[in-house]
Design a binder for this molecule. Structure first.
Ligand SMILES: NC(=O)c1ccc[n+]([C@@H]2O[C@H](COP(=O)([O-])OP(=O)(O)OC[C@H]3O[C@@H](n4cnc5c(N)ncnc54)[C@H](O)[C@@H]3O)[C@@H](O)[C@H]2O)c1
Length: 328
């Protein structure tokens, strides 16, 4: 008996999908989650404290489309100084019928795309329909796909940006003005960026950057950066006055934006309004007034990775992209 698997490297993956393909796929994943048709234990972490990094395992199964897989992903914030991305990932999809591995792919770009797509889905269901101005704090890899996805769901006219690294600011402005054709304005501090309709935070910080008094009524916030215990970007008083929507309660309460305020007793799991999937599947309303402040607390779900990997795999087969490798 012979078994072959398909190997897709970063270039292969980038040829096959873009953010516009991934947004609807990720929306389906959230809907299936909201309808309780997925199996997805919270991600597991190995903490490399001596190296300021961690390694995570993320398994999942979507029963409707009958697709399953596992992602292995690290987060090492000091990596850019070593010439490596902060986040790198490998993804495996398995046959649900036989368990055989079908495809192994680089999932670094996939991670950026599915994280951006989740931000787009959240903005579609939670931001004001007439949102025009996006504010961005932290201008690395995740920020780029967040902006593209938000632009795909809202008629954005202006983008305000801030990052503590001048190089990140200059690179983001040049890159994203060229990619999106939008006006991108460098701001001198976080406070100025917060004067917007949709605020996106994608930093690895462990103490709040955004003060409650800076957030005006009607703002939607995609809180993306906090995805491990101890990480926090927002003043917890923002959560107290906002409609807080998480991607998955079990995961977010241990590793999302709400994790530190919950551990300090400032915020409780009962104060979480909903999971995004419940809103996408119509079980709960999303935004209900123009005055509401809404927060999407994203930690990143295995099912986002699996639907994206499945799309990539199907296209790779169709377009004969990738390399077949002998497993045994
Ligand atoms: N929610 C999710 O699904 C998800 C997915 C991937 C990554 N993440 C998290 O998102 C964060 C960013 O990831 P990335 O891949 O974009 O990293 P990155 O290293 O590419 O970018 C991070 C940016 O934040 C900036 N920054 C750091 N401290 C700052 C501060 N105090 N103020 C303003 N800017 C600051 C850095 O200069 C850098 O430009 C990480 O914490 C990562 O773990 C979340």
């Amino acid at each position: 008996m012979e078994l072959k698997i398909l190997w897709l490297n970063k270039r292969d993956v980038e040829k096959l999908v873009n953010i516009y393909d991934v947004i609807p796929a990720v929306e389906v994943a959230f809907r299936e989650h909201g309808l309780d048709r997925v199996q997805m234990p919270p991600k597991m972490y190995l903490n490399f404290k001596a190296h300021n990094g961690d390694l995570r395992v993320m398994p999942g199964y979507l029963e409707g489309p009958d697709i399953a897989g596992v992602k292995l992903v690290n987060v090492h914030p000091d990596n850019p100084g070593r010439g490596l991305p902060t986040v790198m990932a490998l993804m495996v999809l398995n046959s649900t019928k036989t368990g055989a591995p079908l495809v192994v792919m680089d999932a670094t770009t996939l991670t950026d795309l599915r994280t951006g797509a989740a931000g787009g889905v959240a903005a579609k269901h939670l931001s004001k329909e007439d949102s025009k101005v996006v504010g961005m704090i932290g201008l690395g890899r995740q920020a780029r796909t967040q902006l593209q996805a938000i632009k795909a769901v809202r008629d954005i006219e202006q983008v305000k940006i801030f990052d503590t690294s001048k190089d990140s600011v200059d690179a983001f402005k040049a890159d994203m003005e060229q990619k999106t054709g939008m006006e991108i304005i460098k701001e001198p501090n976080v406070h100025e960026v917060c004067d917007c309709d949709i605020l996106v935070t994608t930093t690895p910080v462990r103490s709040p950057l955004v003060k409650a008094g800076w957030i005006k009524a009607g703002t939607h916030i995609n809180a993306i950066g906090a995805d491990a215990a101890g990480k926090e970007e927002l003043d917890p008083m923002i959560l107290k006055k906002a409609k807080v929507v998480v991607d998955a309660v079990a995961q977010a309460s241990h590793s999302g934006e709400v994790n530190v305020p919950i551990s300090k007793g400032i915020f409780s799991v009962d104060e979480i309004y909903s999971e995004l999937g419940q809103i996408v599947s119509g079980r709960k309303p999303g935004r209900e007034s123009d005055a509401e402040i809404t927060v999407f607390d994203s930690t990143g779900l295995a099912i986002q990775d699996i639907v994206t990997a499945d799309l990539i795999y199907r296209r790779a087969i169709e377009k004969k992209v990738g390399t077949e490798l002998e497993l045994f």
